[in-house]
Design a protein around this ligand. Sequence first.
Ligand SMILES: Cc1ncc(COP(=O)(O)O)c(C=O)c1O
Length: 430
Amino acid sequence: MRAAVRAGLLDEDAPLAAFIDLRGIEETAAALREAWPKHLDVRHAFAAKANCLVPVLRTLRGHGFGCEVASAGELAQALAAGFTPRELVFDSPAKSRAEIEAALAAGIALNADNFQELERIDAFMARAEAGTHSDIGVRINPQTGLGGIEAMSTSGEHSKFGVPLRDAGSRARIVDAYARRPWLRWIHVHAGSQGMASKVIGASVAAVAGLALEINQACDERRVVGIDIGGGLTVDFEGERAPGFAGHAQAILAAAPQLARGEFRIVTEFGRSVMAKNGFMASRVEYTKVAGGRNVAITHLGAHVATRTAFAPESWPLRVLAYDAHGMPSRERVTTQDIAGPCCFAGDLVARAYPLPRLRQGDIAVIPDTGAYYFSTPFRYNSLPMPAVYGFEVVSGEVRFTLLRRAESIADVVAETLGQVTAQGRSEAA
Ligand SMILES: Cc1ncc(COP(=O)(O)O)c(C=O)c1O
């Protein structure tokens, strides 16, 4: 923080900024790699939704990651970051016909969400003389139950994702779908994100591995060659525990011994656990006040960059750290404080009654663990601009910053909302 203040990255004109630990990403990538036994064929595809900034994706690719994308926008970002089609996996429950055909023509792996999507792929296959080089799978909802956050649980009975495995007649229909399509050689499951115990994720992978074996028996050949096990490893937002990649891998391999024996190739799609601990946000405290006897710090950390925390604080608690105006850890007395944001609604708080050294005007509030699904995917409330994002590294004792995303200007915000844009309007906005 001291280096950031000295470098002028946080001041009255730029009161909010985000930071990404580039060396941390490298260490996380190594930890994830090491967690899986060397003899297994495992590819780690980073879930781009967790942090879609092109320089971040490029960095992850440099550390050996592939990339899982869930929209045309994320696909374009991944390609801009240098990922080749063979390094990509395309998942989404609502792929358009054009998106499916473009992915198959490019040889991008794809997981079909439902039987109707499979019919669209059938139509492409019937027309495409050369077929496709894409690995194609079906996403299965094993219906193995919810995790700690219902909205993030995708293996509940009624989940919108994938083909439900336990509904009447569904299992037989899935086996038949594979039997009829020799090009269907992968299978996909993502049980949920944050709040899913590794055991529950293991049970969902085991359910799908069992299905894959049944399909192979029915086809009398090794039809399903690989299982994409999704992501979902829970992050410790209330403390400093690093993601337990090794324990998670062990839990999955114990639950699904077919995977441990190397009977299937494996793709993973971790997002939050790769990036959350490698990013933080920092904001100048604009004002302080006391309301109803409670201290309130008004900052620029609000729902536009911490959307889930503002709207569902029980599910998405964040820690807050206090620094003085020079970027040194605050030595003030600890009191309980609300850390509020700039958005015009009462719930725009990133922490409530939080014990923290008393913040003063001009001090800096830092929210760690926000490298995934926070500032990289902002919410356009009150037309607040996106903050700058800086990568940092310590080189020979010095902190070096690299601009990864420039701060949006007010002109950018206006330009995005002009509607029918005329040349004059564009220049007025500028
Ligand atoms: C299909 C799929 N894969 C991977 C992920 C990444 O999950 P996480 O960031 O929890 O690892 C998600 C998250 O929503 C997802 O939907």
